[in-house]
Design a protein around this ligand. Structure first.
Ligand code: 3PG
Ligand code: MG
Length: 331
């Protein structure tokens, strides 16, 4: 069996810094092992390397996975993106992945918005099935696609700005309020590519350098001193966003408000996480980074669903057919 999981997890000092996506992949692997799969090859991409690059090796992930499921029938392939064919959905690479395997199981919801060899190409070569995580993600996120309790508040942040702006544009009409923080807010302020009203930060935590121990100060939004960097939303914005979120009946949050991995810039993401957790209605948090922040704050159990997909969940919400889902006949 070939299992495509999304094991694109953050690494720090050569170790897995957050294992949400690894844990989320376990039920399918355990089920297949229980059902006597003879051999299971797990594959995934990790980061965005432009070719083989030890900094993006799957080995730390494999190590952690093996600690969680020790079974000699399990094999973990090296980063699929080490092969330049992967992101082009190259048929030759798909063939390589399919070769010697009888069944393909796609459990990589987080990568379902990518039409790559390991998410789409290989599904045309082998009998293809959805894994348990993929199914559950579609079920939970699907609830946001039908009628939702309002107000529906959408919060967006994170680093992959270019990926997400187009999606947000299409999502604008679905939510009653759209709050934007993080790097994305900068871009919306500068170019305003969206044609609907959004709530932007009013202040930011600015730093003298991109470093954990850099000197910081609070600046008005749009008035960050020359040469300084806005690395988190400020205290006034935390209050404003918190207020808006607390009025929601339905929430979808994707992407941190700042560089939350560094304590001086974690408060904005923390405030959003706490506000989302305090909402009584249906609350969904999507993406590896937001999921990690939630987990570090011990709030995972306080929301309705933590999606392993960031970009994928946004595109699903937008009403798009995800190529990785479309490739599976029964999904
Ligand atoms: C993610 O982390 O969003 C998925 O693993 C997809 O990664 P990508 O944005 O580099 O394609
Ligand atoms: Mg993503």
């Amino acid at each position: 069996m070939l299992v495509r999981a999304d094991l694109n997890v953050p690494l720090e000092d050569g170790r897995v810094a957050d294992e949400m996506r690894i844990r989320a992949a376990l039920p399918t692997l355990e089920l297949l092992l229980e059902r006597d799969a003879a051999e299971i090859t797990v594959c995934s991409h990790l980061g965005r390397p432009s070719g083989p690059d030890p900094a993006f090796s799957m080995r730390p992930v494999e190590e952690r996975l093996r600690e969680l499921v020790s079974d000699e029938r399990l094999e973990v392939l090296e980063n699929t993106r080490f092969n330049p064919g992967e992101t082009k959905n190259d048929a030759g690479f798909a063939q390589e992945l399919a070769s010697g395997r009888d069944v393909y199981v796609d459990d990589a919801f987080g990568s379902a918005h990518r039409a790559h060899s390991s998410t789409v190409g290989v599904a045309t070569l082998l009998p293809a099935y959805a894994g348990l995580l993929l199914e559950r993600e579609l079920e939970e996120l699907g609830k946001l696609l039908s009628e939702v309790e309002r107000p529906f508040v959408l919060i967006s942040g994170g680093a992959k700005v270019d990926d997400k702006l187009g999606v947000l544009q299409n999502l604008g009409g679905k939510a009653d309020e759209v709050l934007i923080g993080g790097k994305m807010a900068e871009q919306v302020r500068d170019e305003n590519p969206l044609d609907f009203e959004v709530i932007l930060p009013v202040d930011v935590v600015a730093a003298a350098a991109f470093a954990e121990d850099a000197e910081t100060r609070v600046a008005s939004y749009g008035k960050v001193p020359e040469g300084w960097l806005g690395l988190d939303i400020g205290p006034e914005t935390r209050r404003l966003f918190g207020e808006r979120i607390q009025q929601a009946q339905t929430v979808f949050w994707n992407g941190p408000m700042g560089v939350f991995e560094w304590a001086p810039f974690a408060e904005g993401t923390k405030a959003v996480a706490e506000a989302v957790a305090s909402v009584d209605g249906f609350t969904v948090v999507g993406g590896a980074d937001s999921g990690r922040a939630l987990n570090e704050l011990g709030l995972t159990e306080e929301v309705s669903w933590v999606s392993t997909g960031g970009g994928a969940s946004l595109e699903l919400l937008e009403g798009k057919e995800l190529p990785g889902v479309a490739a599976i006949p029964e999904a």
